[in-house]
Write a protein that binds this ligand. Sequence first.
Ligand SMILES: [Zn+2]
Ligand SMILES: [Zn+2]
Length: 827
Amino acid sequence: MNSELFISENISTKYAVVVLPIAIRKNYTYAIPSNLLEKIKFGVRVEVSFGKNKLYAGIVKEIIDEAPNYKTKTIISVLDAEAIITSKQMKLWEWMSEYYCCSLGEIMYASLPSGLKLASETRVVLAPFYNENLDGQHLNDNEYLIAEALTLQHELKIEDIKKILNRKTIYPIIKKMLEKKIIFLFEELQEKYKVKTISCIQLKEPYLSDSTQLKKAFDLTQRSVKQQEALLALIQLNQKQKIIKKQDIYNLTQADSTVLKALEKKGIVELYKKEVSRLNGYEEDVTDAGELSKQQVTAIAEIEEKFKEKEVVLLHGVTGSGKTRVYIELMKKAIERGEQILYLLPEIALTTQIVHRLQKIFGNKIAVYHSRMNNNERVELWHAARKNKPILLGARSCMFLPFNRLKLIIVDEEHDPSFKQNDPAPRYNARDTAVFMSYLYQAKVILGTATPSLESYKNVVEKKYDVVYMKERFGGLELPEIIIADMKEASKKRLMKSHFTPTLLEELEAALERGEQAIIFQNRRGYSPSLICKSCGWKSECIHCDVSLTFHKYSNNLRCHYCGYREKIVEECPACANPHLDLKGFGTEKIEDELQVFFPNASIARMDWDTVKGKKSLAQLINNFEEKRIDILVGTQMVTKGLDFDNVGIVGILSADHLMCFPDFRANERAFQLMLQVSGRAGRKHKQGKVVIQTYQIQHPIIQEVLENNFTSFFKREISERKSFKYPPFKRMIKITLKHKKRNTVQQAAEYFGNELKIKYKKNIIGPAEPAIPRVRSFYLQDIIIKLDKNARQIQEVKNLIYQIQVSLHKTKGFSNVRIIIDVDPY
Ligand SMILES: [Zn+2]
Ligand SMILES: [Zn+2]
């Protein structure tokens, strides 16, 4: 190979430690050839070979003088003139890698936009730590086939994929998989990113600044009507806008490019290309943020005061208290000081309303980072962050951008579980990482919420964070009236109509009659979560996972919500041929159907992942509801997040019991948060709204606490339970999941793993045990939970032990391909 030649001929005495985008927890050192010595510095990407014949673009972490004790390979080329990451980013990566037990490469892979990763048009490889169990990344059949083939063959040519799928057009599939980070393209170096330009036109001097000269221009063009038309249009546009696109002229006149070229030849106009940003340029006029209420003024002053002492302030404001307006004011002040702001939201797709509101105020000072951006846009955003774009707004991955002057981090809806990334690695919590970033950047953090997480509030109680309260709703509105509907009683008296209590139906009817809108919350999508045969007990089950298939009526099929597997609906029981199959349970689709029967004249819509898949459909749905074209909106927890409507008379929660009975120590906390958040959608601008909560357990403490909007009592009770049962936030948890296609193998491996841990930490280990869903995507699972005191030294010891056991397990015969997932602070 060429690199061998390199080594013998012109090697320097320096070495570079390089981070590679792989899941191995180790950095590799490469020799630096003399001719590249000048160019290689911290943060630039270099092309290196790894293993037998893989090529990677790695990032230089360090330059050292000493050779490692193994035979080094040589760096092949340098990709950047300047560092693409900052030293603070590298510190963040190192912290995350230590804390969340993953490799620097995995963080690098998650951080960099694909446009900055190595690319090729001809070979495809599986993402280095692609994981079949990717939450929310349901593979369709084609994607699954490719992924499966790649696990076996490591890399495939486009030609091979064509054969596997037996179809001509495969680029859209590949592109989709690239976007989902399941695969990437690979071969030789090639910068994908290109600057985007638009073709523009402008009057030349003297015509531009001296309008009296224009007559001359018209004289020059008098033989061509089209040229005169174009010229006239240009003059008119020139009065309104600075930049005139050629396209603008084409739109207004008959002119084409030959006409414009003729004008250029005559020296009347200048044609030029302008570099434009792909970032959503906000073109409407910016507006004023609006008056501040007395409560908001006080809150701002308090936050500023408390920031003098503390890095983190929790802004605990009831729903509708106007927290966003507080953030806006603090952001304005930060921008005046030349600072950068990172604004984190739970899920960007669900928060179009707030994004739009902020854009209206900050115009182009704000850049939005979202999953639907293409690679080029991501690269531009990356550079914009580096060049001090004032506000960077996005979901959790936005925190990986290269900031220069970051001084304020806002974590909006800090309680939201989507700040935690479950899969793939890094399995980090963005809220907690934001707190680390405050030390790294000397920045301040605001955690905003109406329903603080136990973790954050405990930190307030222990004076690690400070707190500011906003107890009133904006504009003096009252919090919604909460009505508990007793399902036990209603069913005893046979008053239930399907899933509805008379209370909920009456309140709904009354609200509709008053011309108000309604939101119905049911935390389960689809029609029915299972199809069963009552005569033989057969159940519709996924072939890859141990879960029942959900019936989706609209698409008339059965679907697995874990792996995306789909099946046609069966007409009769496949086991006993019984033609009468029963649907058990209910999801949003069924509720939508039934409501239509009770309220035939109402217009009803549904908001869940099935209805908002298209790029625009969610925005359209929200818009239709805002414009009152929808009377009743049925939705999953999507309806609890950040939506702000002004005509919702009633909110119905169909089954509080479903929320409270999850086998998870956070179930009560989640139930409390969800119920209060969805209640917060009721009422708003003009008058008090109502909330009807249906439950079989009216005496349940959570129900009572929601009824009284009593966070204090909820916190006291819940925190003492966590304490006595030794759960977070009192203990730290590390979850180890083992995966294998054979049940026996994974059981034995988990036993081995558990026993090794128990030698020293017997008291701290729970399991190994099969999780509630023992098989997902054809892999059998075993979980081991480790509970530890908050003792940094011990936690580090345990992490080291986990790595050691992992290595020895993989060396053990039969266990080499057992997958191990380490999740620190699991959710
Ligand atoms: Zn049957
Ligand atoms: Zn499945």
